[in-house]
Design a protein around this ligand. Structure first.
Ligand SMILES: [Zn+2]
Length: 422
């Protein structure tokens, strides 16, 4: 119980000094505050609670006895807290004097990086807020593996629990799918024998929590074709991914009108969400829950948005170069979607449904070139914009450094790969 004592001491120090915290040894020694039973020490009891469905901050605090004027005073002090941004399930850790009705301290962690402590001062002098920044440390990890059934399964097997917990492995899978959104349809293109290699940042908190940070570089081999991705920041604060020749991975067309995370979150990546390919019926059918958002695969103009026979609710878009795309069986249309409207790539144009000739919720997607239904190939997505000329040299340096980390020492005689020998 040593940490509870230090808690108390720390809280006193906060009250006395109103100081701003960075994590200290005291906090580093704390256990992660997860759901736990009421713990009674000599003076205090500790208990947790969380924001329920359709609840607001006042509801949770009222259960801990903080209501009325007390609640008002707490809100005045809690400048770092944004009550409207709290989500269902948000945890609250309370402390109160044994047998007291009202809690005198609340801890809220609105994001993985921050903890907010609110402590009631003696008498009726209000509350004091203390903010603690949790110093996550980034380390680089490299993993590789074969993709037999799905990207998620592949990562699940390649990444040890000690490296990333299951939910973070899923984040990593989704992040890879996001990087290759224009290049690979991970629900349709993957065949046994395909491979992935990824270099990413992993974050670890002083308490030993682990989470996925960001992808730095990757290589996927789909249908024996390697696709590289290197993260590079030019002059924009948000960087982008470029291939080995310095072309952006962003293209004119997305490979898949449904976001990978939306379909894989339902099927856990273990179900192949493609029902039929274009060969059977001039389109691709993606199985997904009713209501899953459908994205425009490219910038375009709406040429149809309404009921159309067996298609049910259909959206048709016209794009550059004589290409049209169609999205059928929608349950409803996107906001302000009407014929003649311009849409942006990735904009939600409708929601998966089962209207028209359909036996269950799925999206029917067609890709038409000069009026003919065509199986969209990887080459159909267009060319990526190159790194601006003024960044070419810098990009080459970044790419070379990332490649050296991404790829293991090449076997003798293997071409094209610069080996790392450290
Ligand atoms: Zn279909």
């Amino acid at each position: 119980m040593a940490w509870r004592v230090s808690h108390y001491v720390a809280a006193s120090a906060v009250v006395a000094g109103g100081m701003y915290w960075a994590a200290s040894a005291v906090w580093a020694a704390r256990r992660l505050p997860v759901a736990r039973a009421i713990v009674v020490t000599d003076a205090y009891e500790h208990f947790g609670d969380s924001l329920g469905r359709r609840e607001i901050l006042a509801d949770v605090l009222a259960r801990a006895g903080i209501a009325g004027r007390d609640y008002g005073n707490l809100l005045v002090a809690a400048t770092a807290l944004e009550p409207r941004r709290l989500r269902q399930g948000q945890r609250f850790e309370f402390r109160r004097v044994k047998h007291a009705r009202v809690a005198d301290r609340v801890m809220i962690r609105p994001s993985p990086e921050r903890r907010i402590w609110l402590t009631r001062r003696g008498g009726d002098t209000g509350w004091v807020q203390t903010e603690e920044v949790i110093p996550w440390v980034a380390t680089r990890s490299r993993i590789e593996g074969g993709i037999e059934t799905s990207l998620y399964d592949a990562l699940d097997q390649a990444v040890a629990e000690t490296l990333l917990p299951a939910n973070e492995r899923r984040e990593l899978a989704w992040a890879i799918a996001d990087v290759y959104d224009w290049e690979v349809d991970f629900t349709r293109d993957i065949r046994p024998g395909d491979r992935f290699t990824v270099l990413f940042e992993r974050l670890e908190s002083p308490e030993g929590e682990r989470r996925f940070g960001r992808i730095l570089a990757a290589r996927v081999d789909v249908a024996k074709t390697p696709s590289f991705a290197f993260y590079f920041e030019g002059d924009s604060a948000r960087g982008a991914f470029y291939d080995e020749r310095g072309r952006s991975l962003r293209r004119a067309f997305l490979r898949n009108p449904l976001e990978f995370r939306r379909i894989s979150s339902r099927f856990g990546g273990r179900f192949h969400p493609v029902l039929k390919t274009w060969r059977n019926h001039q389109g691709i059918d993606y199985s997904a829950s009713a209501g899953t958002p459908v994205r425009a695969t490219a910038d375009g103009v709406v040429t149809q948005a309404g009921r159309e026979g067996g298609y049910g609710n259909l959206v048709e878009l016209r794009h550059a170069n004589g290409i049209r795309t169609r999205y059928g069986h929608l349950s409803r249309f996107g906001a302000r979607l009407r014929v003649g409207a311009r849409v942006k790539q990735q904009q939600t144009i409708g929601y998966v449904g089962s209207t028209g000739l359909s036996t269950g919720p799925h999206l029917h997607y067609e890709f038409l070139v000069n009026g003919r239904a065509t199986n969209p190939q990887r080459k159909s997505v267009g060319e990526g914009t190159p790194v601006p000329a003024r960044y070419k040299t810098r990009y080459e340096q970044v790419r070379a450094a990332l490649l050296a980390e991404l790829l293991p020492p090449a076997p003798p005689g293997s071409p094209s790969v610069s080996a790392r020998d450290d």
